[in-house]
Write a protein that binds this ligand. Structure first.
Ligand code: G1P
Ligand code: ZN
Length: 543
């Protein structure tokens, strides 16, 4: 089979963001656009001849087309085995596991996570390295640099592979192996968690509602919750992955999973509600009548993880992204564990996990995970919660209230201003940055600023540095406001404002969040002038 070298012109907008390259589908449909990026990935890697590459995606619009392209290009570039999920499907955490489990060189994951899908919506390509985690910045920088000068890509003239039939076929000199996307992942979950305890809980009448949001976790959740754990049929809703996610945002938050939320707050609520996003790495956890913020969920999972067999030996450490609330810090403090504060994005956890410094990691954006893979993992979080509930035999609410009584409570909300004019958003951040040195010691109402900075991170494992990762305003008593711009959007800018009030043990732990942080919301506007810069008087999304 002769390899075809195709001349191409470079694009100048292929800089990977927080999590890979994300653009609208029509952008990816431009001549050579996906091919250039995939070839730039291969051109930035060394020593993969004859090794295995994993390819899969979240099933969104354009997934199958790019998978066929990537298979041909991987074969033409010299990979020996190409492992693809049946139907072109792998959830992001499952892809991470498959890379590790089969000792692959790396993986190409096709996803734009929680962003909408469809002919005019979002698509994405991300490269993960051999530890199963997102490529670190030095790799993504190299890919971007290559994409700006690329002049050719390599492919083969071969027919499409039948993605729906498991088994091996040849493409050029490579073996393409179509595998069940769920089986290996489900087996890993059975190793980590006490499935028989969870099954007993469910047999005893414990009711679960899981919303797969017409995205990739449908087949995983159906097999694990209904198949292996005996939950009633219908426990998994919207369980068939659709190319446009049924026209919804597959983002498991209180806005986009509102039906689930309303049900969980209603009179006949199930005992446990959960949802996951487009590619299966995020999670939403709601108990009967109580929403658990992702930051609290991280802290509660860390405090109770030893109740699951996979974590019975305890944790090496806890890591959280900077904007995530300090709830996990309180747990680390009491348990005598190291706590790592990293910039936003899962890629920063990889080194800590590889080095055995952290066991559990989390982000306020509904991402939680552990060292079992190198991505955040939505179903993993659901199963760890179920394992804890099965052992403690208490409700989600009881576990949460007990947690706050032990560690204090971090009231927390994130306010997003979406589709803002990019230059207005940049001006807002630049102005805040300019004011940073003068802020400490000043007050806004009763709130006294203790410190303020633009967060910078020094990776304790490889010494790499990341500057300008978000503006932090820290108040006396542990309250905080953080401002940063999103790195995953595809239109305009998104300003994220993270607001947090810490209430210590003995304080009022049962307030409404909105009420507890009201003065900080006023302070955020006073500090940043969002209305002055953008004309916006209220956030688009509050989570
Ligand atoms: C967002 C989240 C971040 C997460 C990322 C990928 O990034 O804030 O925590 O890692 O999506 O899921 P952002 O848009 O804020 O750059
Ligand atoms: Zn995701």
């Amino acid at each position: 089979m002769s390899i075809r070298e195709v001349a191409t012109k470079a694009y100048d907008d292929q800089k990977p963001g927080t999590s890979g390259l994300r653009k609208k589908v029509p952008v990816f449909q431009q001549a050579g656009y996906a091919e250039n990026f995939i070839q730039s990935i291969f051109d930035s890697l060394d020593g993969f001849a004859g090794t295995a590459l994993v390819i899969g995606g979240d099933g969104r619009f354009y997934n199958r087309e790019v998978i066929q392209t990537a298979i041909r290009m991987a074969a033409a570039n010299g990979f020996g085995t190409i492992i693809v999920g049946r139907g072109g499907i792998f959830s992001t955490p499952a892809a991470s596991h498959i890379i590790r489990h089969y000792g692959a060189f790396g993986g190409i994951i096709l996803s734009a996570s929680h962003n909408p899908g469809g002919p005019n919506e979002d698509f994405g390509i991300k490269y993960n390295i051999s530890n199963g985690g997102p490529a670190p910045e030095k790799v993504t920088d190299a890919i971007y640099a290559r994409s700006r000068t690329i002049g050719r890509y390599l492919t083969l003239d071969t027919p499409d592979v039948d993605l729906d039939r498991e088994g091996d076929t040849r493409v050029g000199d490579a073996t393409v192996r179509i595998i069940d996307p769920v089986a290996d992942y489900a087996a890993l979950m059975e190793k980590l968690f006490d499935f028989s305890a969870i099954r007993k809980l469910i047999d005893g009448g414990f009711r679960i509602a899981f919303d797969a949001m017409s995205a990739v976790t449908g087949p995983y959740a159906t097999e694990i919750l209904e198949g292996r754990l005996g939950a009633a049929r219908g426990t998994v809703r919207n369980g068939i992955p659709l190319p446009d996610f049924g026209g919804h945002h597959p983002d498991p938050n209180l806005v986009h999973a509102k039906d689930l939320y309303d049900e969980m707050m209603g009179p006949d609520a199930p005992d446990f509600g959960a949802a996951s996003d487009g590619d299966g790495d995020r999670n939403l956890i709601i108990g009967k009548g109580i929403f658990i913020t992702p930051s609290d969920s991280l802290a509660m999972l860390a405090a109770n993880a030893h109740l699951a067999p996979g974590y019975a030996r305890g944790l090496a450490g806890i890591a959280r992204s900077m904007p995530t609330s300090g709830a996990a810090d309180r747990v680390a403090e009491q348990l005598g564990l190291p706590l790592f504060e990293t910039p936003t994005g899962w890629k920063f956890f990889g080194n800590l996990l590889d080095a055995g410094k952290a066991t559990i990691c989390g982000e306020e954006s509904a991402g939680t995970g552990s060292d079992h893979v190198r991505e955040k993992d939505g179903l993993w979080a659901v199963l760890l919660w179920l394992n804890i509930l099965a052992v403690r035999q208490e409700s989600v609410r009881a576990i949460a209230e007990d947690h706050w009584a032990r560690f204090g409570r971090n009231y927390y909300a994130r306010h997003d201003y979406e589709g803002v004019d990019s230059s207005a958003a940049d001006a807002l951040i630049a102005e805040l940055r300019g004011r940073l040195p003068a802020l400490p010691g000043t007050s806004i109402g009763a709130l006294r600023i203790q410190a303020s900075d633009d967060f910078a991170y020094l990776d304790p494992v490889d010494g790499s540095q990341s500057a300008r990762q978000g503006i932090r305003i820290l108040f006396e008593g542990g309250s905080r406001i953080v401002f940063r711009l999103s790195g995953t959007g595809t239109t305009g800018a998104t300003i994220r404002v993270y607001i947090e009030r810490y209430e210590a043990v003995g304080g009022d732990l049962a307030r409404e969040t909105g009420d507890a942080i009201a003065d900080l919301i006023v302070a955020a506007e006073e500090l940043s002038g969002i209305e002055r810069h953008t004309g916006r008087t209220a956030p688009d999304v509050v989570t």
